[in-house]
Design a protein. Structure first.
Length: 180
């Protein structure tokens, strides 16, 4: 399978795993050893300043913290759009990359915008490929505006809508179909 780095994984209608139901995941790395990414549409009810004050200068005051996934749920990951994508610890696509570990303040002037996540999503070797065969995920190229959307709660539906008419019905599917 070709690398999915820089792609969005949109959870399919039949994916009921609560970790990934109605999610849009930005894939930052994908290869023979597995894959990793962050869930883009799971804002938490807390700010970066209240939980990881050291990252506030990178994301801006009052910015909300996001749940990146079930792996290492307390580990911070910063996704940033940079003037120079080579400054990222892990380049994902275009000017977007992941910044991890201790951040150097010298990078701050080069950040156009950034979002902070706790945890990440990870797949062992072959696991994501198996899920793709099961049609658990729909793939679409990532856009910077997806990563930094002002409306993360609508992202899943919006990305499906732009995929075309065959996905319009799915884009209106409620999180819990029994509530329909």
């Amino acid at each position: 399978m070709e690398s999915l780095r820089g792609s969005l994984l949109i959870s399919g209608g039949g994916l009921y795993d609560p970790n990934f139901r109605h999610t849009v995941v930005l894939i930052g790395e994908h290869g023979a050893d597995g894959a990793l990414g962050v869930i883009l549409n799971r804002p938490l009810d807390m700010t970066v300043a209240d939980t990881i004050p050291a990252l506030e200068d990178y994301v801006g005051p009052g910015e909300v913290l996001y749940e990146g996934g079930p792996v290492q749920p307390t580990g911070p990951v910063l996704v940033a759009e940079l003037d120079d994508p080579g400054l990222a610890d892990l380049h994902v696509f275009g000017h977007v990359g992941f910044l991890v570990g201790d951040l150097d303040d010298d990078i701050l002037p080069h950040i156009r915008r950034a979002r902070a996540f706790v945890g990440y999503s990870g797949w062992a070797a072959g696991q994501l490929e198996a899920e793709m065969i099961e049609d658990s995920w729909i793939v679409d190229p990532a856009r910077a505006d997806d990563v930094f959307t002002e409306y993360p709660d609508l992202l899943w539906s919006q990305v499906l809508q732009r995929k075309g008419p065959e996905y319009h019905r799915m884009s209106r599917m409620p999180y819990d179909p029994t509530m329909n």
